[in-house]
Ligand binder design. Structure first.
Ligand code: FMN
Length: 299
């Protein structure tokens, strides 16, 4: 967790009780360069009755405000107004960081199947992974971003205030699953050198998970990541960008990249199942990675 630097404090009387109003900053530069989060907090007897957050990334260059000024304004307005209009601020207690409890027992392995084709080669790879996990007694949840209608990230950076995304869609389910997985598998075709758009939207929206982990000080939970990719054309150069995108995804969440299987030249044969050796390769790689995350497969 980032260290808090106290910028302002004041004693205020609210509903006849002596309270402390604080303005402090936290430096999240190790997560995003130059990011400072400001917090204005009202405390009474150790309890936080009200909190307000803003951060430097929320204000693009064309806006007239900046986080420091907004935080200062909030502090002085609260100092003035809280004693006279407490209900305007204190009706809703501050929300804690999201606990993200899964509804059902969490899957040990979560696989993002990036192809929009539900019966394509990436889906075949995903099936091999799910089979192997089943044999090993592990739950594997396969998530197909294309079927979820996840909106793209808007870059508002408000997730760094609350650990939550302001967009209401099914991304919450994805984040809960990813947060609890021991192994995250990204299984994707190469689309114009990178990953398909729906998978990219999910990857970008994982900024919320990254923010939640930064705010709570949790990093990666010892998670491992595996990349399985298929390219229509022949040659390792077809995977350069996908490897970087998925590598950056893992790094941003503190996930240890534990291996990859890259299958090229798929379009000539159209069906990966007719290409000898790949199923064994995927199953073998997966077994090794599962042992590494303490989910040793039962053979
Ligand atoms: C829009 C689009 C872009 C693609 N771009 C590339 C590419 O840049 N390089 C490549 O090797 N294959 C490319 N392909 C081919 C796919 O990677 C290949 O057909 C793959 O097997 C599709 O995976 P799937 O069967 O899981 O859907 C592209 C396919 C589509 C539909």
């Amino acid at each position: 967790m980032a260290e808090a630097v106290l910028l302002r404090s004041a004693e205020v009387e609210v509903r006849g009780e002596g309270c402390e109003l604080l303005l402090y900053s936290e430096d999240f530069s190790r997560v995003l360069p130059g990011m400072i989060r400001y917090t204005v907090e009202l405390r009474a007897a150790g309890d936080v009755l009200y909190s307000y957050h803003t951060n430097t990334y929320e204000y693009p260059p064309g806006t007239l405000q900046n986080a420091h000024n907004v935080a200062m304004t909030a502090f002085f307005r609260l100092k003035e107004e809280l004693p006279h209009r407490p209900d305007a601020f204190l009706l809703h207690p501050p929300e804690p960081l999201p606990a993200r409890q899964p509804r059902a027992p969490a899957a040990e392995v979560v696989l993002l199947q990036g192809s929009p084709r539900p019966h394509g080669n990436s889906a075949v790879l995903a099936g091999w992974v799910a089979d192997r996990c089943g044999e090993a007694g592990l739950r594997c949840e396969v998530i197909s971003p294309d079927s979820l209608g996840v909106e793209p990230c808007t870059g508002c950076y408000r997730c760094f205030n609350s650990g939550r995304c302001v967009i209401e869609d099914r991304m919450d389910e994805v984040i809960t699953a990813l947060d609890h997985a021991r192994l995250i598998v990204v299984c994707t075709p190469v689309y114009t050198e990178t990953v398909p758009a729906a998978l990219k939207a999910v990857i970008d929206r994982c900024q919320t998970l990254r923010a939640g982990r930064a705010l709570s000080g949790v990093q990666g939970r010892g998670q491992a990541g595996l990349l399985l990719a298929v390219a229509g054309r022949r040659g390792p150069e077809n995977f350069v960008c996908v490897r970087r995108v998925v590598g950056a995804f893992f790094t941003s969440l503190g996930v240890r990249a534990a291996g990859e299987v890259l299958v090229d030249g798929v379009d000539e044969l159209t069906d990966i199942r007719t290409m000898p050796g790949w199923e064994e390769e995927v199953r073998g790689r997966l077994s090794g990675v599962l042992e590494g995350v303490g989910a040793a497969p039962r053979l």
